[in-house]
Design a protein around this ligand. Structure first.
Ligand code: FE2
Ligand code: FE2
Length: 483
């Protein structure tokens, strides 16, 4: 094979850098899956705008120095491709029982079921988020934001392709069945929901969208990093390239929230409001008050923590031992990469208190990844708080305690305040609205969500971005709306 792995073959129906044209069987399977995917996109992808020209990036290479090309595309014509990062020569399995052995190019039989399950779970989140966001186009605060939403959506679609390729190529008949199931489940559906909780929640407004891309896509980043370490090389290479795209999704979240906070602070200053907790006064200005932003943050962060699973988990230990799923930045960690006798501190609920106890590091891998995630989340909070303090306001956005609003793991059966104080059911029921968005909060935010479709214009509750996408000027027409 002398095809340049960096460049993508666009001559086939399914763009790829895996030499699909010589892999007839897989090509056939994928071409068979393609119409169902397009049906899914038409039914469950962005509501409206399918005939609009959207200024989107498409990957044409997997070279990190320059991999994307921007152009106007109608979303159904987007070239969803299969792109794997280049194969590393002589790559070794970087952790677990098989540490140091050559990475697998085929599925190791004994780990087949585990591997398939992990790929399916990852794959399920990708279309789920598109489904959750499908109504947002109608209320976009600008063409710039509308374009960013659609970029995220088409790339999540491509991530589904990425997982489906692995299923079709490496798992035969049951891989094909799983690939079909991925198109059948629906976010929030009572009978056939998506596999993970946060992916069945609604994304009712644009603040939710920004919180989702900041907090929930970041869970995806952590999972992809762990899978990028996998001893199963095709999975590792697939995830490594997905991470390149994923970075933009989190950029959309982080800058989106920054712009909302920025606008709120400006409006408060202009109106001479000194107390950011005076929500009635702030809302009267047509911007989202900081306490409500905090509530949204509480909700999305706690839902995202649930995605890491139970703090102590033998599944996680097995996936690590077998060389299937590693740790965040595994190869940069200085230890034996086997964890046979190490411990890791885990937060647990013991005798009515939140306590830190040492657990075997192997079973505590979910907790460790969640801690890495929390550290990664903090960066955004520092930026947002800087905007607030620079504007002269004494208000800090914070991450709620791990025991707050949890449905999975150690704290699922208790209630706690965002500060981590345990409270009884009655207190929770009475005070919940102070900590997560109430119906009234949702209604208020919804009332602000009027679409802005004039190039260079922004809804009054959000600031303009500092720079355009692909360095375009402020009044660039990112979406040529055609209905
Ligand atoms: Fe994704
Ligand atoms: Fe994403």
């Amino acid at each position: 094979m002398n095809m340049n792995i960096m460049n993508v073959d666009y001559s086939t129906k399914i763009p790829n850098n895996v030499n699909l044209s010589e892999d007839r069987q897989v090509l056939k399977a994928l071409e068979g899956w393609h119409p169902g995917y397009i049906d899914w996109w038409n039914d469950m992808g962005p509501d409206g705008f399918q005939q609009s020209l959207v200024y989107l990036r498409t990957a044409y290479s997997v070279d990190p120095r320059g991999w994307a090309k921007f152009d106007y595309v109608k979303m159904p014509d987007y070239r969803w491709g299969i792109l794997l990062a280049p194969q590393e020569e002589n790559r070794k399995i970087p952790f677990g029982e098989h540490f140091g052995e050559p990475a697998w190019q085929e599925v190791p039989g004994e780990y087949r079921a585990m591997l398939r399950r992990l790929i399916v779970i990852q794959g399920d989140t990708e279309p789920a988020s598109v489904e959750q966001q499908r109504h947002l186009g109608k209320t976009a605060p600008s063409l710039y934001d509308l374009r960013n939403l659609f970029q995220v959506n088409v790339e999540e679609g491509r991530h589904l392709w990425a997982m489906v390729y692995l299923l079709q190529k490496y798992f035969g008949r049951d891989g094909r069945e799983e690939a079909d199931e991925l198109l059948r489940r629906r976010s929030g559906d009572a009978d056939s929901p998506r596999m993970l909780g946060a992916f069945n929640e609604a994304t009712p407004d644009w603040l939710s969208f920004f919180m989702f891309t900041y907090f929930t896509d970041r869970d995806g980043k952590m999972q992809l990093h762990s899978l990028a370490q996998s001893g199963f090389d095709p999975l590792s290479r697939t995830c490594r390239f997905m991470l390149t795209e994923e970075a933009h999704h989190m950029f959309v979240g982080e800058t989106g929230i920054t712009r909302v906070v920025q606008r709120t602070c400006e409006a408060m200053k202009d109106a001479g409001i000194t107390n950011p907790n005076d929500t009635a006064k702030v809302r009267a200005l047509g911007v989202i008050d900081l306490p409500t932003i905090q509530k949204k943050l509480n909700l999305h962060y706690s839902l995202s923590l649930d995605l890491f699973g139970s703090e102590v988990s033998t599944n996680a230990a097995n996936a690590f031992n077998s060389g299937i799923k590693g740790r965040y930045h595994e190869t940069q960690i200085q230890d034996d990469h086997r964890l046979s006798s190490d411990t890791y501190p885990v937060l647990k609920f013991i005798d009515g208190e939140i306590k830190r106890v040492d657990e075997p590091a192997l079973t505590a891998l979910n907790m460790r990844l969640r801690d890495d995630y929390t550290q990664d989340c903090v960066k955004g909070l520092l930026r947002w708080n800087k905007v607030i303090s620079t504007a002269g306001y004494d208000f800090k956005l914070t991450l709620p305690n791990v025991a707050f609003h949890r449905a999975i793991g150690e704290f699922k059966d208790v209630h706690a305040t965002p500060d981590g104080i345990l409270i009884d059911d009655a207190t929770w029921a009475k005070r919940k609205g102070e900590w997560v968005p109430s119906t009234a909060d949702g209604d208020f935010i919804a009332s602000l969500m009027t679409p802005i479709t004039e190039p260079g214009q922004f809804a009054p509750w959000i600031s303009a971005p500092k720079v355009g996408i692909d360095n375009k000027p402020g009044d660039f027409e990112y979406v040529k709306i055609e209905t």
